[in-house]
Design a protein around this ligand. Structure first.
Ligand code: 13P
Ligand code: SF4
Length: 435
């Protein structure tokens, strides 16, 4: 099976060759076929950041979103074969001094150079297993690189090959709006614990959030969760608090709390643009989980119609979706779980099985290639990768690695000590809460 990138190139060429109104579009944007540096340049010229083509293309990036400067021309012009040779030579020269981490959602053209491939949490831990590495090159997105920096030794440099690889969902909650929300909740609930010693609210942030929000949770008795431990973390929080403020992903919060028996009418949504999040005080008082109005634009693309179609076409199909999908999609699927859960579920199937998967296309296609005995396809028929993961390209990887060979560190991600210390507290609470 060809990689997502190759499929995009092919489809785009075919569409360009087709007569007007001819071929049906089956990528979400022909611009996906271009080098990500085109978008670095477009943003520099426009003066505003954007997520670029892919699932987050229509999301508005905050002005503070990091931007990538221009990639040197030699890396833009290099052929795939030249980049391959340069990356391999740089890695060989660096040896154990550098470790390359690749998230499941990265394109295959980058994953082939990763020393570790995994989900965001596994990769943060993978960095710890390489104490000799002076540089951790994180082929993922910004919040993952920040977490690796918090958990790694101060002398290890964490590098994000393209600084524009952020996350539209993580950007939907910022420290100012969460602090304002926290103050408004304190107006409603006060700050005193109840007779059982439970405080009014425990803040819980998804791993997909800025270091500042992890720090906020560390400072306010809160905790971090990932999609693989969200239920355990919510149990931890309910032992200590009357209710939870969950950010940024409403879907992970709702799907997890619902599975734990929390009624939907006790999960109001907090809209940061409205006073009290758009809720009346009684609704907030009755709440068990207050859900931030955030979502992932990759997982929002999945719908119940796609599942019905898969079931009609492949009777007995096993539908597995990520818990960042909307509730109706999770309810209609056979199971829901983190990227690692999806991978393990497929690995565990002993008989040839048809799997319809609701998560990012690069991961789904890779699983399909790894397990040819099964039929594995993405529920979304349109090829639409995560915009920001897609901003990493072998050209940037070659650039950061060759700079390291020359003794230069480019694109380092550092979290200030004042934020890193409380963020680490919230991350360590999560580790301790692991079942
Ligand atoms: P994982 O935490 O499973 O790596 O997922 C990260 C992510 O961005 C999901 O959308
Ligand atoms: Fe963010 Fe969604 Fe991309 Fe994950 S898949 S990095 S949550 S935009």
């Amino acid at each position: 099976m060809s990689s997502v990138n190759t499929a995009i190139q092919l489809i785009t060429r075919e569409q360009a060759a087709a007569t007007a109104g001819g071929a049906a579009a089956n990528t979400c944007s022909p611009a996906l076929a271009r080098g990500p540096w085109d978008f670095d340049l477009a943003e520099a010229l426009a003066g505003t950041p954007a997520y670029g083509p892919g699932a987050s293309a229509a999301d508005v990036a905050p002005a503070s979103t990091p931007r990538q400067g221009q990639l040197p021309e030699e890396y833009k012009l290099a052929s795939d074969a030249e980049l391959d040779a340069r990356i391999r030579a740089a890695k060989a020269a660096l040896g154990d001094r550098a470790v390359v981490l690749g998230h499941f959602y990265q394109r295959d053209e980058v994953i082939q150079y990763a020393d570790f491939v995994g989900d965001s949490f596994q990769l943060a831990n993978a960095a710890l297993t390489r104490p000799d590495a002076e540089a951790i090159i994180f082929c993922g997105v910004h919040f993952m690189a920040e977490t690796a920096d918090i958990l790694s030794r101060p002398d290890q440099a964490v590098i994000l090959p393209n600084l524009a690889a952020g996350c539209s969902m993580a950007d939907m909650a910022d420290i100012d709006s969460v602090t304002e929300c926290w103050e408004q909740l304190a107006e409603v609930f006060g700050t005193e614990p109840d007779a059982d010693g439970r405080v009014p609210v425990i803040p819980v942030t998804y791993m997909n959030s800025s270091a500042a929000l992890k720090g906020f949770c560390g400072e306010h008795g809160g905790i971090v969760c990932t999609s693989s431990n969200a239920a355990t973390v919510l149990e931890w929080a309910f032992e200590r608090g009357q209710r939870v403020l969950f950010f940024p992903d409403q879907h992970l919060g709702r799907n997890t709390a619902k599975a734990m028996g929390v009624p939907l009418d006790r999960m109001p949504m907090w809209n940061p643009r409205k006073d009290f999040g758009g809720n009346d005080e009684q609704t907030l008082r009755d709440s068990r989980v207050i859900l931030w109005h955030g979502f992932c634009s990759v997982h929002k693309r999945f719908n119940v119609g796609q599942i019905e179609k898969a079931r009609a076409q492949f009777p007995g199909v096993n539908v597995i979706v990520h818990p960042e999908c909307p509730m109706e999609v999770v309810d209609a699927a056979d199971s829901a779980g983190s990227t690692d859960f999806i991978k393990k579920a497929i690995a565990a199937a002993t008989e040839p099985t048809t799997f319809a998967i609701g998560t990012e296309i690069n991961m789904v296609n890779r699983l399909a290639a790894e397990y040819p005995q099964h039929t594995i396809f993405c529920l979304d028929p349109v090829i639409c990768p995560c915009s920001t993961m897609y901003r990493i390209h072998p050209g940037y990887l070659a650039w950061v690695l060759e700079a390291l060979v020359r003794g230069e560190v480019v694109n380092r991600i550092t979290v200030d000590d004042g934020v890193a210390a409380p963020a680490k507290v919230a991350l360590e609470r999560m580790l301790a809460a692991r079942p």
